[in-house]
Design a protein around this ligand. Structure first.
Ligand code: GLU
Length: 292
C-alpha cells in the first residue's frame, strides 16, 4: 500500500460544462488545505462520460483555474486514459464473487418495483432514489451467459449483501463531522460499471484517489453520502483510506445555491467582466455579486 502524502488534496472536475463559482470554491479550498499543511494539490479530469465531456471544456478548466491563481502538479490524470486501472479493480471484485451483470433497463426496474410493492412510493429508497430490487442478482449462470451471448447490454452491480457480509465495521474521518460509521447498504446493489462506460463514478474516483495518493479528499456536502460506498470499495480493494472534509456549498444571502441560481454565471463570464484576477474566494464572490 502507498503511504499517503499528508494533505495531498485534489480537485476533480468533469469537463461537461464551464466551471462556475461552486467549482472555484471547491478548487480554492482543496489548494488552501494543501498549502496550509505543507501538502500538494493535484488535478484530475473526470471524463469517463464520453457523451457529455468536451475537450473545449477541459481547456477552459485549465484556463479558469490558472486565472484563480492555482497551480497543480503535473501530469494531470485524465480518467479516460486509465480504463485498465478500473478494469483491474472490477476483475478483483469479480474474483471475490461480488459482481453480477444486470441487464435491466430503467423501465424494467420501475416495473419490478411496482409489482413487488404495489406502488413505487412503498419501495425501499436510498440516497439516490428507489433501491435496485435485485432482479438480476439471482439469474442462473446459463441465463446470464445466454443474455451476454445475445448481445444484451449489461451493467455490473455490486452484490451489497455479500460485500458487507464478513467485512469489518468501516468508518471514515470527516474534517467537519468527525468519525462516521460507513453504512453503504443504504445504496443497495450499486452499479460499478455502466452499460455505456466500463466503470462508474464510484469505482473510478476510489481507484484514482488511491493511485494519486490523495490523503485528504475535500469536496462538497452533496457528495457526502457517496463516501459510504467509497469507503467500502477501499476496504474490498485494499486501497488507502484518505481523510475527508465535506465542505458546505456556496449559497447567497437567501440560502440558495449560487451555482444553481444563475447557471449562466460561469467563471468565464466573471473573468470577462474584469481585468482583475481575484486572489481569494472572498474577492471572487464580490466580483460575482457585482454582476448580479
Ligand atoms: N467529478 C465530480 C464532480 O465534478 C467530483 C468528484 C469528487 O470530488 O469525488 O462533481
Amino acid at each position: 500500500m502507498n503511504t499517503p502524502i499528508p494533505y495531498r488534496t485534489r480537485f476533480a472536475p468533469s469537463p461537461t460544462g464551464l466551471l462556475h463559482i461552486g467549482h472555484a470554491y471547491a478548487a480554492l479550498f482543496a489548494a488552501k488545505m494543501a498549502r496550509e499543511n505543507g501538502g500538494d494539490f493535484v488535478l484530475r479530469i473526470e471524463d469517463i462520460d464520453t457523451g457529455r465531456c468536451r475537450p473545449a471544456f477541459e481547456a477552459a478548466i485549465y484556463e479558469d483555474l490558472a486565472w484563480l491563481g492555482l497551480e497543480w502538479q503535473s501530469p494531470v490524470r485524465r480518467q479516460s486514459e486509465h480504463l485498465a486501472d478500473y478494469q483491474a479493480a472490477l476483475d478483483k471484485l469479480d474474483g471475490l464473487g461480488l459482481l453480477y451483470p444486470c441487464f435491466c433497463t430503467r423501465k424494467d426496474i420501475l416495473a419490478e418495483i411496482e409489482t413487488a410493492n404495489g406502488a413505487p412510493h412503498l419501495a425501499a429508497t436510498g440516497p439516490d432514489g428507489p433501491l435496485y430490487p435485485g432482479t438480476c442478482r439471482n439469474l442462473s449462470t446459463d441465463e446470464r451467459a445466454k443474455r451476454i451471448a445475445d448481445g444484451t447490454p449489461f451493467a455490473l452491480r455490486l452484490n451489497m449483501g455479500l460485500a458487507q457480509k464478513s467485512g469489518p465495521q468501516l468508518h471514515w474521518m470527516d474534517g467537519v463531522k468527525g468519525k462516521i460509521l460507513a453504512t453503504p447498504e443504504i445504496f443497495g446493489d450499486v452499479i460499478l460499471a455502466r452499460k455505456d462506460t466500463p466503470t462508474s463514478y464510484h469505482l473510478a474516483v476510489t481507484v484514482d484517489d488511491h493511485i494519486q495518493n490523495i490523503a485528504l479528499i475535500t469536496r462538497g456536502t452533496d457528495l457526502f453520502m457517496a463516501t459510504h460506498i467509497h469507503r467500502l470499495l477501499q476496504s474490498l480493494l485494499d486501497l488507502n483510506t484518505p481523510h475527508y472534509h465535506h465542505h458546505g456549498l456556496i449559497t447567497d444571502a437567501d440560502g440558495q445555491r449560487l451555482a444553481k441560481r444563475n447557471k449562466a454565471r460561469t467563471l468565464r463570464t466573471i473573468r470577462k467582466s474584469t481585468t482583475h484576477a481575484p486572489r481569494s474566494f472572498a474577492e471572487l464572490k464580490t466580483l460575482y455579486t457585482g454582476l448580479s
